[in-house]
Design a protein around this ligand. Structure first.
Ligand SMILES: NC(=O)c1ccc[n+]([C@@H]2O[C@H](COP(=O)([O-])OP(=O)(O)OC[C@H]3O[C@@H](n4cnc5c(N)ncnc54)[C@H](OP(=O)(O)O)[C@@H]3O)[C@@H](O)[C@H]2O)c1
Length: 316
């Protein structure tokens, strides 16, 4: 059973996958909030319900008018719908949010606070990566739409640039940290492959820390209206990453460099391969920032760094 009263801040969290489910516990701790988790398959998520959390059916590909009316019922909308969206869907959602903000205004309600699905890199810098990543290009369009139309639509927005999820850095499919199978002499080897060069950097954040920082922002700990804020669990060069993996595992770590020409050549052989497209993008600019510039640094929020994560999660 869930409970809300008229004074509760109403939050809609769209999606409860890896990110949404990690964010939710932090939202639940905020005072006087009521959270609705909107997902397509409600039964999959009933365990997330609580006194201040309801799970509700929502499909953001549904009829536009219904969605606008739905969004207008909330004070805050947080989008955690994942990477699997059609690129155009991001703009559709942003437009519906603007329409919902206007609807709220006509009903005498305050601004709708929107956290779009931008939990990633600095899309203003990456752009669409010369046509390689239409989804990233759409992120820039969403930013520009919000920059130009949010105020007149009774909407305020905050974007959290988080870098890649910490878990993603360690995924075998990403291939940057890769364990070679044991050979005849029973020795193991871990390859750390630098994208571009060993001094190139990447910013990564654990999903739970994203939730921690988001909750502090929502509690008003920092100026956040109509702006892009940066978060970083860690920012490391690939050389530092190799050293971290060496210390954390005690294994032999081989460093190699995937130069930009090499990554582009690999992609040319397999042009639809999304991982290879990503590697080219991550060998470019806009994928890392200084920890000193982050909200977590400014607010002294403790976050998990790469070494701590590696020691806790690496099971080589
Ligand atoms: N910065 C990054 O590195 C980054 C950013 C994003 C994602 N990723 C990667 O992508 C993976 C997924 O993470 P994620 O949490 O973003 O996504 P996810 O785990 O795929 O979860 C997506 C959530 O959105 C819901 N959803 C999807 N389509 C919907 C729709 N049309 N209407 C309403 N709800 C919808 C899903 O609900 P249903 O189950 O009901 O469909 C699910 O709860 C991770 O492995 C992560 O590494 C990385």
């Amino acid at each position: 059973m869930s409970f809300q009263d008229d004074t509760s801040q109403r939050i809609l969290l769209i999606g409860a996958g890896e990110l949404g489910s990690a964010i939710l516990p932090h939202l639940q701790l905020l005072p006087n909030v009521f959270i609705t988790v909107g997902v397509r398959s409600v039964t999959k998520y009933t365990h997330l319900g609580s006194l201040n959390t309801a799970i509700q059916f929502l499909d953001i590909t549904g009829p536009e008018l219904l969605l606008t009316e739905k969004f207008a019922q909330f004070d805050v909308v947080i989008s955690c719908t994942g990477f699997g969206q059609e690129p155009g869907r991001l703009m559709d959602l942003a437009r519906q949010i603007l329409a919902a903000g206007k609807l709220r205004e006509s009903l005498g309600k305050g601004k709708l606070w929107f956290f779009p699905w931008q939990w990633g890199v600095d899309y203003d810098i990456t752009g669409d990566a010369d046509g390689l990543m239409p989804l990233f290009g759409q992120q820039v369009h969403v930013r520009n739409l919000l920059r130009s139309k949010a105020k007149e639509s009774n909407v305020k927005w905050t974007i959290l640039s988080t870098g890649i999820f910490m878990s993603f850095l360690f995924q075998q499919t990403w291939g940057v940290i890769e364990k070679e199978s044991e050979n005849v002499s029973n020795t193991r080897k871990i390859n750390v492959s630098a994208l571009r060069d060993l001094d190139h950097k990447v910013t990564v954040t654990d999903v739970s820390d994203i939730g921690k920082v988001l909750a502090r922002i929502m509690a008003g700990a920092i100026e956040s209206e109509d702006r892009i804020l940066y978060v970083a669990g860690d920012t490391v060069s690939y050389k530092q990453l190799a050293d971290i993996i060496r210390r954390a595992t005690g294994e032999y770590v081989h460093e190699q460099v995937w130069t930009m020409p090499h990554l582009k050549e690999e992609l040319a052989k397999d042009p639809d391969n999304l991982t290879k497209k990503y590697r080219v993008v991550f060998a470019g600019h806009g994928v890392s920032w200084d920890k000193q510039l982050t909200v977590n640094h400014q607010l002294e929020i403790p976050v998990t760094d790469v070494e701590t994560y590696a020691r806790e999660h690496l099971s080589f």
